[in-house]
Design a protein around this ligand. Structure first.
Ligand SMILES: [Mg+2]
Length: 265
């Protein structure tokens, strides 16, 4: 995909979906949970294999949780640690990017194989709506001991992100997925474009298959700002300001947009 194409897709997107681990945040949530529970190294090895796409997702998740056996107290401890150090937990420039998307009326979604109890405090901090968060749920008994995870969530299934994306696509015509892993890549299609993110970890296969690959969220901020400036210039050039000219729609007419998007294939 050329830069022009990705600008066009970003310009037309009414929704942008983010992965969480190593994308919205710097590290892998399950590895952090394992570390807090004293089994960090063992679990990290399985995560690396799973992230390379060499293991069934649900199997890898269950295997790691059975080693970690996280208690509710440990989960709460990790959330407290995260929130007290949120600027270091978040990937640099991600907050500015999410704010910019919101300010442009673009819906922001989160699709993660991680856990709601860990993710929701972070997405709350980013002012992402709860209803736009798709992720897994840990189950505890009354004593706060680990009892498994909710097997009904789409996000714990193999190809689960693709299934979630299919739902999101029913509400939005143009959707961009941003992530670092193979499971994120599986969401595009149905997503219209996939932006690989290598700011925290670079996965060579993901880099190779992405429509566009960035190492810094700032690159996306600049692309959106550039598109907006181009649009403003074009609008003032024509000495007309239609109400839709400041929306996420491109300044190009439909035929031009279709041609550019076709070039992206
Ligand atoms: Mg990830």
């Amino acid at each position: 995909m050329t830069d022009t194409c990705i600008y066009e897709v970003l310009a037309r997107a009414t929704a942008v979906c983010f992965d969480v681990d190593s994308t919205l945040i710097r590290l892998e949530g399950i590895d952090r949970l394992a570390k807090v529970c004293g089994v960090g190294e063992e679990v990290e090895k399985i995560t690396k294999t799973a992230m390379s796409g060499n293991m069934n997702f649900k199997e890898a998740l269950g295997m790691r949780l059975n080693i970690i056996k996280p208690t509710l107290n440990k989960v709460k401890q990790l959330v407290e640690e995260d929130l007290s150090d949120i600027d270091n937990v978040l990937t640099p420039h991600v907050k500015e990017l999410v704010d910019l998307l919101h300010s442009r009326g673009i819906s922001v979604y989160v699709i993660s194989g991680g856990f709601r109890r860990l993710i929701e405090p972070i997405t709350n901090n980013l002012r992402i709506e709860k209803k736009n968060l798709y992720c897994n749920a840990l189950l505890f008994n009354e004593a706060g001991e680990y009892e498994g995870f909710d097997l009904d969530q789409l996000t714990c299934q193999d190809g689960g992100k693709s299934l979630v994306m299919r739902d999101i696509k029913k509400k939005h015509e143009y959707v961009v997925m941003i992530g670092d892993g193979m499971t994120d890549l599986q969401a595009s299609p149905p997503a219209d474009a996939f932006i690989g993110f290598g700011g925290n970890v670079v996965r060579s296969r993901v880099k190779e298959l992405s429509n566009w690959y960035v190492h810094d969220m700032q690159e996306l901020i600049e692309a959106i700002e550039l598109q907006r400036r181009t649009q403003t210039y074009s609008d003032s050039d024509e000495e007309s300001h239609s109400p839709s000219s400041t929306s996420s729609a491109s300044n190009l007419d439909d035929t031009q947009q279709k041609r550019l998007l076709a070039e992206c294939d």
